[in-house]
Design a protein around this ligand. Structure first.
Ligand code: ADP
Ligand code: MG
Length: 271
């Protein structure tokens, strides 16, 4: 598929060319407790620029919490997290915490797409995609409108610029949510089960858009149960169970020849 998204992204000189040597995310010794519950245990994980990493694992294994720690929507209990070389969290040096302003700037480098589409119901598609550009990036309304229009076109929804979210299908809404995140020109995109609340016949169109995003060289961390996506698109699969990284590797190994019993048991349930 020739990718209109690729064109927009390149014209905007937005995202990272695949250069797998640069570490965009560095996580070391990350633990997270909710009260007495330890839900992430000593996670160490790097994501390289341009890499597509898929996180898989049973419900409750900590996938969402791990994603949310990457942009500090959750506060880690232990460990360090760096984004593009800058420490955003270091539990050993509480004094080193980012200022609210710096944190906001850092967060704006990270796009997130959730299971629920989280569009503003009272705003049109164009307004939904433009609002971050004006409010967070300080673009003028016309600049924002132009950029937003490009990204909405790129996900195939130019007919719906003036439509309200409630009039769109779930798949269309999720494509808007993805274009909204991409329009901010993030260094990193996080996806938390982006197709999990869609009717089965709408999963494909969202997966197609995600394939397009992957082809632009965008660094992606994707929590998904769509094993075909993992197999076709991911550079690496990480299997999480009980808050720990049990196994990681290239998809053909982890999904087809898992080394751990727990990975095999999980895959036998979902494949
Ligand atoms: P997954 O996304 O893999 O299904 P989560 O990261 O959502 O798993 O949850 C991991 C564990 O942490 C679960 O046991 C869940 O109940 C618990 N948990 C998640 N968020 C909270 C929270 N805000 N407060 C208390 N426990 C939580
Ligand atoms: Mg989850």
């Amino acid at each position: 598929m020739s990718s209109p998204l690729l064109r927009v992204v390149q014209e905007g000189d937005v995202l990272n060319a695949p250069e797998f040597k640069r570490k965009l995310v560095q996580i070391a010794g990350l633990s997270k407790k909710f009260g007495q519950d330890v839900v992430l245990k000593d996670i160490s994980l790097d994501v390289s620029a341009g890499e597509v990493l898929t996180l898989i694992g049973p419900s409750g294994s900590g996938k969402s919490t791990l994603l949310r720690c990457i942009n500090l929507l959750e506060t880690p209990s232990e460990g360090t997290i760096s984004i593009d070389g800058e420490a955003i969290w270091n539990s050993r040096e509480p004094g080193s915490r980012l200022s609210a302003k710096r944190l906001a700037a850092k967060r704006s480098e990270i796009g997130m797409v959730f299971q629920r589409f989280n569009l503003f119901p009272h705003l049109t598609v164009l307004e939904n995609v433009s609002i971050g550009l004006t409010k967070v990036l300080g673009k003028t309304k016309s600049e924002a409108g132009e950029t937003a229009t490009h990204f909405i076109e790129a996900v195939g929804l130019s007919r719906f610029l003036g439509a309200y979210p409630a009039t769109l299908s779930g798949g269309q809404q999720q494509r808007v949510a993805i274009s909204r995140a991409l329009a901010m020109r993030p260094k990193l995109m996080l996806f938390d089960e982006p197709t999990a609340s869609l009717d089965p016949e709408l999963v494909g169109e969202v997966m197609d858009v995600m394939r397009m995003v992957a082809r632009t060289g965008t660094t992606m961390v994707v929590v998904t149960h769509e094993m075909h996506f993992a197999e076709d698109i991911a550079d690496r699969v990480v299997f999480l169970d009980g808050g720990r990284v049990v196994e990681e590797g290239v998809p053909s190994e982890v999904l087809r020849k898992p080394r751990h019993e727990r990975t095999a048991a999980f895959l036998s349930r979902v494949l």
